[in-house]
Design a protein around this ligand. Sequence first.
Ligand code: NAP
Length: 484
Amino acid sequence: MVSRTIPVDDFDLVLFGATGDLASRKILPSLYRRFLAGQVPPTARIIGAARSEMDDEGFRGLVREALDSFVSAGKRQEQAIADFLAQCSYIPVDAKGDGGWDRLKESVRDEAVKAFYFSVAPSLFGPLAQRLRSHGIACENSRLVVEKPFGVDLESARKLNADLAASFDEHQIYRIDHFLGKETVQNLMAVRFANVLFEPLWNERYVDHVQITVAETVGVGGRGAYYDTAGAMRDMVQNHLMQLLCLTAMEPPTHFDADMLRDEKLKVIRALDPLTPAEIVRGQYKEGPDGPSYLDDAENPQSRTESYVALKVSISNWRWKGTPFYLRTGKRMTRRLSEIVIQFKETPHSIFDRDEGSSANALTIRLQPDEGIDLSVTIKEPGPGGMRLVNVPLDMTFADALGPDGEEIPDAYERLIMDVIRGNQTLFMRGDEVEAAWAWTDPIIEGWIDRGAQPYKYAQGSSGPEEAMMLMHRDGRRWRELDV
Ligand code: NAP
């Protein structure tokens, strides 16, 4: 199957935080790959901005290093890199000062789409937005992209929303959650809403439960001090896992339209029940062969912040009442894996003997490491020997099924940046959605702080604390093995 590249309008993209880690690991390489795909018009401008003093050539050197480090060798073509670098320039700008803004104003065009990417600390979102407006740089054709974390609780998220709203309309604001840019996440919507097969079964009558897992093998390492102020609940659940839950649980929107889709996600968040302490398990990794303990990484021996959390979440609406969603995410786990599993119920009556095997289907949507979808179906084990049942996967790994010669699936950032240029907000979070997510999350966090709850310890390279296994065992269910 040949991939289609849809042309985009001419644009100027100003990358605030252009000298930072995210810019070099993700944003600049993604822009280059879209350039290679023919989606960056030759007149488009990529303007780096940060406080560091450097000229265009200095910045191009930085971009070159980023491409050398984070673009695969097969895609590093000398002429293309030279052409791409020629479209990059740099302006020193301080988000909290006045220098550089007039030059920036002269460097961007009113007739092109103007995208301002805030790859900086959230405390700078307000000052940047305000200066873009007061210096007359922003106009109706401008778009703002903001990175996570979008607040640390409801109050701070409201403040960020208010700061941005003072200078930009909601239809100009693109809050990034890179999970939403993943091919599989969009495929979840295609599978649900472009096939007649699944939607009739997608409810409490046929689905026993849903599992959403985001497991990482890395620890909190170099960003331990920051992470210790957040924890797994704020860092992963409030945004990424909640988004996955919403897309799995939401009603079909009338159209695949940004606001209609986000309206449906918002309804799911509002239907989430508050959690009881018995529905929450938190953990911290112990010292292990791969590195120090969480407490050492966080440089806080008294820390009660969780590097792992498992939750049993209930949705009070007609579709899902009685079907739990189990969520888990953690660091230093046995395997890097992100997936959603829709575990269907057993057949209401089996015509086969019990010892011939069970017949519960599961639909697994894998986000990483290899994006794909598989459906486990029960069939007869081939060969003589009577009617023995076996579960086999109907597997669709995208890298195999799509793309000639194993063409790479575009990085989530590539799709999301191009969606910004196209003015398509479908895969970005709306302000009210983020606030609703915090409104559900805040009491959970406040609850365990008030109770003085200590996280359980778990071994590095494991599936998390034993107590998380019990969360499901109590209900007669079990987590999918991480290391299969
Ligand atoms: P970083 O490496 O610390 O980079 C921060 C950038 O902001 C630098 O370019 C810095 O350049 C610039 N900056 C700092 N103060 C400034 C000011 N007053 N005015 C203008 N520019 C200023 O941070 P990062 O890891 O790239 O992260 C950027 C944002 O993305 C953060 O909000 C982070 O939470 C989020 N994020 C990062 C990742 C990741 O993997 N890194 C993932 C998800 C989200 P100068 O010092 O030259 O000014």
